[in-house]
Structure formats: structure tokens, C-alpha cells
Design a protein around this ligand. Sequence first.
Ligand SMILES: Cc1ncc(COP(=O)(O)O)c(C=O)c1O
Length: 439
Amino acid sequence: MEHIAEMISKKEELYLRRKKLVPNGLGIFNPSSVQYAHGATMIDADGRELIDFAGGIGVLNAGHCPPPVVKAIQEQAERLIHSSFNVALYEEYLELAEKMIELLPHGDSTKVMFLNSGAEAVENAVKIARQATKRPAIIAFGGGFHGRTMMGMTLTSKVTYKAGCGPFAPEVYRINFPIYRVKEEALSEEEFSENEIQKLKEFFKTYVRSEDVAAIIIELVQGEGGFYVAPKSYIKKLRKLCSETGIMLIFDEVQSGFGRTGKWAAYEHYDTIPDISTWAKSMGSGMPIAAVMGKAHIMDNAGPSTIGGTYAGNPVCCAASLATLKYMEEIDINALGVKVGNIVRARFESFQQKLPLVIGEVRGLGAMLAFELVKDGDYKKPNAELTSKIINTCAERGLVVISAGVHGNVIRILSPLVIEDALLNKGLDILESVIEELA
Ligand SMILES: Cc1ncc(COP(=O)(O)O)c(C=O)c1O
């Protein structure tokens, strides 16, 4: 018995303990472990070096443990860990608010509040939109993901993420995401977008009146849904329709923000400003902080104590986030996003050219990039089995990468944007050789 115990690795031992202690429902997106990390490198429980292409699910755009963020956390923890912003206010919250508004203004006058997670940000955005409009309904999109709280889950489309958890929140309606496949679509992007908007107008006649809709919530680049990018012309038309009908347009930027698409916000690619937006993930380099931003006159509609929470905007998280944003400015995170995006896109397109029957569409924006794994070169035949084999084999070879998509057949890159070119290429080499081997 002792002999067997000596044979298993520390990682295997940790997974056995996990199995005994932690409920099965907590998913395993990658079979790796970590004990410490820096930049885009993780050291696993057995001391093996891993290249991180997952970034803790898009949280580490500024890298693992950026030194100024670590310092800010340490200094803040010595001064003040918690008071609750509602009980005794502190400057760190306000400094972060000023920075967020400076970077992401929503028109002339913007307000922001902080939460602990992306799902909480979505919950609060919905509450604000409902109070601002005095309307009940929310429209979300097929393939969308907005978190695991009850409203977040109701808004989420992927059924395996919500199986058995209902009944869900009422007054949530769903329309198709505007998936425009450049190589397949007969219509121009403009015609396609116009068609989709006409379908939405029809939806207002057949499913829910526009006068009853508080908000439409959309990810401009769907994260968990598989990195579909909404067409620019569609978003411009949607903005116009929302303004005409008094519907709040909410952009969920939880996964797409803070340099991931080569800009602070994906919406900056669209010349469109939302009424309300939600933020989390990379804004705190891993500390639990999220934000709801919006036009001041809209944000102020929420009644006293209908929004917020005990820990929301905790001083240590605010300090970490402020240090993250300043560090991102210093290293020009958006330029890094563009650079990483260019390298990854070129490599993904070359994979696609080499293996057109296995690799479907390559898509994304900036460094928020992904490719599909399919059978017979047909995107209607998703290959989830091959996708999970690739992920597991990459993990054995020292590369941590995760999937996406309602069919589980999309491999996405959410690596730290501070990743060195050599390390990025090394990771892409591992990915390429594993795909070639398994395909
Ligand atoms: C677009 C989007 N919204 C909301 C969430 C939920 O965020 P959290 O997991 O922090 O609750 C996620 C998480 O992946 C997301 O990608």
C-alpha cells in the first residue's frame, strides 16, 4: 500500500483528495494543478513547468502575480481589509471608481459600483435596468453566458450549465445570437444584420412587447459560447432600436474587457456606448472584484439598498484592481493584446490550412481567439471528443488550454497578454503537434 502511495504524483494525490472532499458538480476544465505562478508560467504540484493559455479563465490579462499588484495587496491588507463600503467609506473604492470612469466613460456622466463576481455584476445590472425602466422583461442571446447565480443562469443559454437547477427566473426571453460566418453566409454583413434586427422587431410582436422589455444583454464577443463576434452593423442597429424603444442596452464585458480584444472594452471596436455594462475577471488580476457601470442618470434609478453587498468593493480588491489598471496602462496592455492576437491568429489560420477537415472556423477579436474542431470540414459536425483529447494531451505536454462553445468543440486562447513571444510560440507549437498527432 505504502509502495503504491509513493508511485502517484502529488497532482494525482490532490485530485484523489478533491474527489473525496469536493462535490462532483464543480467542473474540471483542465486536469492540471498549480502551486505558484508568474507571468504566463505556472509551476504545478510536482514542480513541472506549465504554459498558461487559460489565464484562470480570462482573469490574468496582466499575468500571474504582477509585482505592483502583489505589493498593493500586501500594503492594503496591512492598513484595512474590510469595513463594508456602506458602513465606513474608504478612498480606495473612490480611486478605483475614478479610474474606471476615466478609462470607460459611458457618455457625459458615468457612475460605477463594485461587486465580487461577474455573475453578481449581471444580477445588479438587471436590477438597475428594471428599476430605471419600470419594465420586467430581459432579452438574452442563444449561446450567451452570464454566470451561475439564478438570474445569471436564467440568462445563460448552454443547457448543461443549468440542468436540473430550475425553475428559472421569469420574464427572460431569448433570441438567436447574430452568428455571421464569413465564409458561409450568402448575405453581406449589412444585409444579415438588417435581417436579424427585423426578426427582433417581429419578436416584439409575437413574444414580448418592446414596452415591457427593460434590457437586452449581449456579449459582443461570446465567451463561453465559443468566441462568436457580433457584427458591427448589427450592434449599431441594436443600439438604435434600443434607444428608440427605451430598452437598456447592456454589454457584458466580463470576459472581453481589459485589453483582451486589444482595447479596454470590446465595445470600443463598435463605436457604440451601452447604457449599462458589466466587468470582472481581469480587472483584479484574480482578486474577486467586478463592476457595473452605466450612464449616471440610469444608475441613479436604483433605490436605496437594492444593490450592493457586504464585501462588494472590498478595500484589498479595490487596491488590487487599481494597481492592475495602472500596471496595464504602463505596459500598454492593449498593444500587447493586438500583438498576441496577431501571432495567435496567424498560427490558427495556418493550422486551419493544414487540416481543413479537422479545424473549422478561426474567429475572435484581438487576442480573444478560438478555433472549432469539426468532422469532415463541416461546422455542423462538432468534434467535442477530439477537443477534450487535445486539451488532456496538451496538459500532459505542459500546456494549459480550455474549451468553449455550446457543443464543447472550440479551443480558445485566454493567455496572459504579458506572455513572451517565445513562450507563446512554444505553447502554439505544442498545440499544433498535439492536433496533428490526434487528428
Ligand atoms: C461574459 C460573462 N459574464 C459573466 C460571467 C460570470 O462571471 P463569474 O464567474 O465571475 O461570476 C462570465 C464568466 O465566465 C462571463 O464570461
